[in-house]
Design a protein around this ligand. Structure first.
Ligand SMILES: [Zn+2]
Length: 337
C-alpha cells in the first residue's frame, strides 16, 4: 500500500465518539505508531493520544483506522487467536454475576464470537447471541445459542432479555453510547447489562494511556470510566449496581516481575513523567539496551479491566437532558468488532 493510501486509511477523532462534544482534555503524551501485518496486508496504527471527554467522561483515541479500514482489519483478523478453551479471570467475573439469575431466564451475548463463555450457560438458560463474523456465528449456533442473523433481526425481534453481556466489545465500538442506548432498549425491566471492558480509571493506564498496552491494540477505540458509566446510567434509566475492577489475564509472580521491570525500563527511557528509579534503572549497564526499545512493553498484570453491571429501573424514566449527549452530532459510524 502506498503512503498516500495508508494516510487515507486512518482518521483523526476530534469529537467524542460517545456524545459528540469537542470539549476534551489530552491525557499524557502521544504513543508511537506501529504496523501490524495480517495475512500479508499491513495495517498502520498512527501515533495517537488518549483524550478524555469533558462532557460524558469517555476516553478515546485521537487517531485510528477509518471505518472502512477497520472493516478490512476485522475481515483479516482470525478470531481463533482470541478464543482459548480456558476461562479468563474476566470470564469468571461475568459467570459469577449470571449465577444470580434464575434458570431459564433469557441472556443475550452481544458480540459473542464463538460463545466461548455463554455456551456454558446454554443448558440452563435461554441464551441468544449476535456476532458479525459469520464463521463464528455458525460455531456459536452449534453450542446451543439462538443466533440472530443481523442487527436488524435482533433489534426488531421484540425480544426482551433478563441479562445482556457486552464482553470485550465496548472498546471496539465506533459509537459506544449509541449501543448502550440500543442494548438498554432490549432489557426487560429489572434486567442487567454487563459491560466488561478496559478500565479507564486504572492507575497503570492513567500514568501513560497512549503507551499502555490496552489502547495500543489497533481495534480498541474507546475506554469506559466510572464517571461515564454513572452518566450513562442516569441518562438511560439504569442503576450502576457493580463496578468490579479486575485483571483480564492470570499472570504468575515471575511474569509480573518481568512485566514490571520491562515497563519501568521503557518508561525510564521514554516517558517524561518517569519516576527517578525508572531513569536510574535504565542507566545501569545491563539494562541500557532498553533505550533502543521503540514500542511500549506488555503490562497486563494490573486491574486494567472492569465489569460494570447496570440494572434497568422498573419505571421507564429516561433522564435524557443534562448528561445525555446529542447523538446526531456524534461521530457515528459502522459498528465494528
Ligand atoms: Zn463525550
Amino acid at each position: 500500500m502506498s503512503i498516500e493510501a495508508r494516510t487515507a486509511a486512518t482518521m483523526t477523532v476530534d469529537t467524542c465518539p460517545g456524545c459528540g462534544s469537542s470539549d476534551y482534555e489530552t491525557l499524557g503524551e502521544p504513543g508511537p505508531p506501529y504496523d501490524m501485518n495480517l495475512s500479508g496486508e499491513v495495517f498502520t496504527q498512527p501515533s495517537f493520544e488518549v483524550r478524555k471527554c469533558c462532557n460524558c467522561h469517555l476516553h478515546f483515541k485521537s487517531h485510528r483506522l477509518s471505518p472502512d479500514r477497520l472493516g478490512e482489519f476485522y475481515g483479516k483478523l482470525e478470531f481463533e487467536e482470541w478464543e482459548p478453551d480456558y476461562l479468563f479471570p474476566t470470564d469468571l467475573q461475568i459467570l459469577n454475576q449470571l449465577k444470580k439469575l434464575d434458570e431459564k431466564t433469557s441472556i443475550l451475548d452481544y458480540g459473542c464470537s464463538i460463545a466461548r463463555l455463554s455456551r456454558r450457560l446454554a443448558e440452563t438458560h435461554d441464551v441468544y447471541g449476535y456476532e458479525m463474523d459469520k464463521r463464528a456465528t455458525a460455531i456459536a449456533s452449534e453450542h446451543g445459542l439462538t443466533m440472530f442473523g443481523s442487527e436488524d433481526e435482533l433489534f426488531h425481534s421484540g425480544n426482551q432479555f433478563d441479562a445482556i453481556i457486552l464482553m470485550d466489545v465496548f472498546e471496539h465500538l465506533v459509537n459506544p453510547t449509541e449501543y448502550m442506548e440500543r442494548l438498554t432498549s432490549l432489557l426487560a425491566p429489572g434486567g442487567r447489562l454487563l459491560v466488561l471492558t478496559g478500565n479507564g480509571d486504572s492507575r497503570a493506564y492513567n500514568e501513560d494511556p497512549a503507551m499502555f498496552w490496552y489502547p495500543r491494540i489497533m481495534g480498541h477505540l474507546s475506554f469506559i470510566t466510572r464517571a461515564y458509566a454513572e452518566s450513562q446510567a442516569s441518562a438511560l434509566g439504569l442503576t450502576l449496581t457493580e463496578w468490579i475492577e479486575c485483571c483480564h489475564y492470570q499472570t504468575p509472580l515471575k511474569g509480573r516481575f518481568t512485566q514490571l521491570l520491562k515497563r519501568s525500563l521503557y518508561r525510564g527511557a521514554n516517558s517524561s513523567n518517569a519516576r527517578w528509579w525508572e531513569r536510574f534503572l535504565v542507566g545501569l549497564p545491563p539494562f541500557r539496551r532498553a533505550r533502543n526499545w521503540k514500542q511500549p512493553t506488555e503490562y497486563t498484570c494490573t486491574k486494567d479491566h472492569v465489569l460494570a453491571v447496570f440494572e434497568k429501573q422498573h419505571s421507564m424514566k429516561q433522564n435524557q437532558a443534562a448528561t445525555k449527549p446529542d447523538l446526531t452530532a456524534s461521530t457515528i459510524g459502522e459498528e465494528s468488532k
